[in-house]
Design a protein around this ligand. Structure first.
Ligand SMILES: Cc1cc2nc3c(=O)[nH]c(=O)nc-3n(C[C@H](O)[C@H](O)[C@H](O)COP(=O)(O)OP(=O)(O)OC[C@H]3O[C@@H](n4cnc5c(N)ncnc54)[C@H](O)[C@@H]3O)c2cc1C
Length: 460
């Protein structure tokens, strides 16, 4: 492997390649529960040409490659299961172009959500993108790769639906443009009216190529945001409430949280409704329609709006909302992991019951956060459990609880989001065999030697 080390050093320079144990230790794991596995090398390239050279080198020598953003997916997707080279994308963080009138931005493949947000805040205060609640270091390319969701998901779908074009380094080392940018200087569409080839890459966890540029659609940023919380103890009514809320088309984002502590939260479902406006009048108008839509639930004594104090408002309006991981006590070494299947909103009550049942069975702290996707077309239901890293027994109990969540998700018609290797296996087993055959054909043709993030969507 020393020849490989020399070649990698020639490509990226000596400061940006490592096979030192302390760095390999770090890149062997993510903050979730998956067992670690060491890479042989870590490289941190700066240009697309460097990535091409690394991929070609890996190809010639049949060495696995794992592209990595911030490593925050938590489900082991950046753990190099077969060793090889981890390509850390974080130096490729340029914001290349903003087209203000056509509302899109082109960024490099390692650009973080936090960087884009602060850039837009400063330079384009009338534009925004769909920010997930992951730590601000999470990268845009990886987030769309795993079909992430953010603040604009209730309006526009998965964050990957907001992609307007890609540049990808294929496993052969060739660069490929996807979308309008393949024949136009303008990056306004990832597919239509052409065949939409973005599906050859998005959702594949880097197993078919490395995204080196992403064009992302931007949306109007209103001057004000506000949040209200509708509380109900009738979990069976949540799908109806969501139906009425999404019907108004007045909402920015809808999250539902339920958790056992503090005691006043127990057994209640908190439907958190975000809205935006350029003026007080616009906000008031939207609120009026939203309150009106839920009137029948209030009159029926099935729920009501809780008063949200200033401190709570500020916490909820943060982007990203850091409070989502606070229950894990990360500062004291605590961790949390969640399984977030995508499924119908009408499965909401069943999911909350399952979560409470599993928390009690395995003696775990829990919380649930559901995010509505599209106009109630589906939701991500996050089954979250905390653990103490110094307590292997507790970590094992969380693993077992999450395994049961996976089984349950499939039974109720869910589809895994950012699935672990085991969940990918379960999905493949359940999938229409012809769909799986098509996926195998795609993978075999793009990556015949199986060097790209091997283990993921693996050809059996
Ligand atoms: C507290 C917390 C809150 C979260 N909230 C949300 C949320 O609200 N919404 C949400 O969507 N997610 C959320 N997440 C999950 C996750 O952090 C995000 O989805 C995040 O965007 C993943 O980005 P990353 O850079 O960390 O990805 P990584 O974990 O680095 O990578 C994810 C996958 O993408 C592949 N990949 C990375 N870069 C590339 C590339 N350039 N080309 C090809 N493949 C690549 C990797 O190999 C891996 O398979 C949350 C996580 C935490 C810890």
């Amino acid at each position: 492997m020393s020849d490989i080390n020399r070649s990698l050093t020639e490509i990226v320079g000596e400061h940006y390649v490592s096979n030192q144990p302390e760095e390999l230790y770090f890149y062997a794991r993510d903050p979730g529960l998956m067992p670690p596995h060491k890479p042989d090398y870590v490289v941190v390239p700066k240009t697309v040409e460097e990535i091409q050279k690394i991929v070609r080198l890996a190809n010639q020598n049949k060495i696995p490659i794992v592209p990595m953003g911030a490593g925050m997916a938590l489900t082991g997707l950046v753990i190099p299961l077969r060793g090889g080279i981890v390509i850390d994308m974080k130096r490729m963080n340029k914001i290349i172009e903003v087209n203000e009138k056509a509302r899109y931005v082109i960024v490099e493949g390692g650009t973080s959500h936090g960087l884009l947000k602060s850039y837009l805040d400063k330079n384009y205060p009338r534009l925004r993108h769909s920010i997930p609640d992951s730590p601000a270091t999470a990268t845009i390319a990886a987030n769309v790769m795993i079909h992430g969701q953010g603040r604009l998901t209730q309006q526009y779908g998965f964050n990957s639906d907001m992609v307007a074009g890609l540049e990808v380094v294929l496993p052969s080392g060739d660069i490929c443009k996807i979308g309008s940018c393949s024949l136009s200087p303008d990056w306004f569409s990832k597919g239509a009216p052409l065949p939409d080839l973005s599906g050859l890459f998005l959702g594949w966890f880097g197993a078919t190529g490395i995204i080196t540029k992403v064009a992302l659609k931007l949306y109007p940023r209103k001057r004000m945001r506000d949040v209200e919380i509708f509380v109900t103890d009738r979990g069976n009514l949540v799908p109806d409430i969501i139906y009425e809320l999404t019907h108004t088309e007045m909402v920015e984002d809808i999250n539902i949280f339920t958790q056992p502590l503090p005691m006043i939260f127990k057994d209640n479902h908190h439907i958190t409704i975000f809205m935006t406006g350029d003026t007080d009048e616009e906000l008031e108008f939207k609120k009026k329609l939203i309150f009106g839509a839920l009137d029948r639930f209030i009159k029926g004594k099935d729920g009501g709006f809780m008063s949200v104090g200033l401190a709570m408002k500020q916490t909820l309006l943060e982007m990203p909302q850091r409070s989502v991981s606070r229950f894990a006590d990360v500062k004291k070494g605590g961790g949390f992991e969640y399984s977030g299947p995508i499924l119908l909103v009408e499965r909401y009550l069943g999911c909350t019951r399952k979560l409470v049942e599993l928390a009690s069975k395995y003696d775990l702290a829990y919380s649930a956060m559901a995010r509505i996707i599209g106009r109630g077309h589906c939701m991500m239901f996050g089954f979250s459990f905390t653990f103490n890293r110094a307590d292997p027994d507790m970590m094992d109990r969380v693993r077992k609880a999450l395994q049961e969540v996976s089984d349950y998700a499939l039974v109720v018609g869910g589809v895994f989001w950012k699935p672990t290797i085991e969940e990918q296996r379960m999905a493949i087993e359940k999938m229409d065999p012809n769909t799986w055959n098509l996926m195998k054909m795609i993978k075999k043709n793009l990556d015949p030697d199986g060097i790209m993030n091997p283990g993921n969507w693996e050809v059996a």
